[in-house]
Structures are given as structure tokens and as C-alpha cells.
Design a protein around this ligand. Structure first.
Ligand SMILES: [Zn+2]
Length: 286
């Protein structure tokens, strides 16, 4: 996961711009009437997210035509996003684009390698319609993380995946992602989560939830499988000049370079595992 600075965009501005592009007077009147409820939902979100307690916000489990608040249905709240914030022709698209651009180098913060193509609702709009256009609930994401995420509603702290705007600090700075070399032909890597012993039990389970929810074990494995053939050519050179130690030193340098950028990058875990494998360094790379 990668940390991102939260958007500095006012919900009130987003709402006024979205509602301003609605042609039906009846709908815009209904939506204007619930702005206080939407602002209240924002305050509640900001308070709860600071202590990783978003799971305490009750999910709205009724159908699209059910009233959520005032006289506004779930579908009307979902459409506020889909029809008035996403389309390129709508003025509120400017906020969508601003949030998308918060991800450095357009790298998806959830997986740390995918290219940002969309925005993800951290709490999905289908279950949290009051948060459908809340900027702090919208996070730049790759398509795989957005579509593949397990959208089960969390009912405990531990069942929540990490929030790139708020779950930073030790999740980013301390190593929890590791890999093991599988001595196969060709070699492959198996990624796993092993958080530091001093973390709280909740944090240890949460990082595993994140890893499982975004199916990162398999997705990292595929990334590594495309990188290993490229690496093989480079390591042949190191092996010819300095044998096993030359290969190990080359991999240690790569590990150092990768982990100084992102400790929990799949590349960091891969180079570390390869450098630690006697089998790989002594010729397994072939
Ligand atoms: Zn992703």
C-alpha cells in the first residue's frame, strides 16, 4: 500500500457543483434539502476514520428505490456520483480529476503497482449512499483493485482494508510484506504477510485483510513472474564475473534501492527473498 495525502476539497463545493448540473428542479430541491445530512455524514466519517472506526458507520442495506434520508432515494444518491461527477461533460468532473491526480506517478495506492484509471469508494456507495461524493471517501485506484475488492461490509476494525489517506505511519514505514523463493523451474515467488511482533493484534489482522481483500498474493506473484526472466539476463553477467557472491550482491543492491523507496513494494520483497536464497544465487536463477 502507498500513502496519499487526503484531498483538500470541500464537500459543500462538490455538492453544489453536482446539484447545479441537474436539470430537474424537483430533484435538485430534494437534494439541496438533505445537504445538512450529507455534511453531518462527512463529520462523522472524519471523526471515525481517525481511529480506524469507519466500520461503526451503519450500512444501508435496502434497495435502490428506498429512501435514505429526506425524500431522496439510494439510486438518486448513487447517481449524484455516476451521472454528475464522473462524466467528462459535467462541471464536477474537475473534482474527480483532482482526486485521481493525488496518486504520485498514477500508481494505485492499494496494490502499489497498478496504473490509476478510476476512483474507488473506500466505503462503497451501494452500501453507504450518503458518502457517494464525499472527497475523503474517494481514492485513486487501478481497475483491478476497484473491481476485484471484496466489498463485504466490515463489522470489526480488523475487517477493514487500509485507507491510503489515513492508515499511514507504521503500515508504510515498517516491513510486513515478504516473499519466499520456490525452487522450481523457472523459479517463482510466493508473497506473504508477516507484520512486526510489536504491532497490535488489530493492526496485524488488518494488514492481512488488506492483502487478502485485494488478492495481492496472486497479483504480486504474476508481477514477479514477468520480472524474473529480465533479471535472469542481468544475473548471468554477475555470475560470470563473480559467481554466487556476485549474484547475491547484485540482488542486495536492488533490494536496497527498492526498499529505500517503498519497504512494502512487491519488488523489495522479491529482491530480498532472492538475495537470501542460496539456491537462487548459486544458479537457480537460470
Ligand atoms: Zn491497485
Amino acid at each position: 500500500m502507498r500513502a496519499i495525502n487526503p484531498p483538500n476539497i470541500s464537500l459543500n463545493d462538490v455538492l453544489n457543483t453536482c446539484i447545479g448540473s441537474i436539470s430537474s428542479d424537483e430533484l435538485s430541491t430534494k437534494l439541496n434539502a438533505i445537504i445538512p445530512s450529507l455534511m453531518f455524514a462527512e463529520r462523522d466519517y472524519i471523526i471515525k476514520v481517525a481511529t480506524s472506526d469507519l466500520f461503526q458507520i451503519p450500512a444501508f442495506t435496502r434497495g435502490d428505490h428506498a429512501i435514505v434520508t429526506g425524500n431522496v432515494t439510494k439510486k438518486e444518491l448513487k447517481d449524484l456520483y455516476s451521472s454528475h461527477m464522473v462524466p467528462a461533460s459535467k462541471p464536477a468532473r474537475v473534482y474527480y480529476d483532482q482526486i485521481k491526480m493525488l496518486a504520485p506517478l498514477s500508481i494505485c495506492p492499494f496494490c502499489g503497482f497498478g496504473h490509476v484509471t478510476t476512483l474507488d469508494h473506500y466505503l462503497p456507495k451501494a452500501k453507504y449512499p450518503l458518502l457517494s461524493v464525499l472527497p475523503n471517501n474517494l481514492v485513486a485506484s487501478c481497475t483491478d483493485c476497484n473491481k476485484g475488492k471484496n466489498d463485504e461490509t466490515a463489522s470489526t476494525k480488523q475487517q477493514q482494508c487500509l485507507h491510503p489517506y489515513y492508515d499511514q505511519g507504521h503500515y508504510i514505514l515498517e516491513q510486513w510484506l515478504y516473499a519466499e523463493v520456490e525452487e522450481s523451474s523457472p523459479a517463482s515467488l510466493k508473497f506473504n504477510v508477516n507484520p512486526p511482533a510489536h504491532w497490535s493484534h488489530d493492526d496485524k489482522v488488518r494488514i492481512q485483510t488488506h492483502f487478502t481483500s485485494f488478492k495481492l498474493a496472486n497479483r504480486f506473484r504474476v508481477q514477479a513472474a514477468t520480472e524474473l526472466p529480465v533479471l535472469k539476463g542481468e544475473l548471468e553477467y554477475d555470475f560470470t564475473s563473480a559467481h554466487t557472491n556476485g549474484v547475491r550482491q547484485a540482488l542486495q543492491r536492488k533490494f536496497f534501492a527498492a526498499s529505500s523507496q517503498h519497504v512494502n513494494w512487491w519488488k523489495s520483497a522479491m529482491y530480498q527473498a532472492l538475495a537470501n536464497s542460496d539456491w537462487y544465487c548459486s544458479g537457480g536463477f537460470r
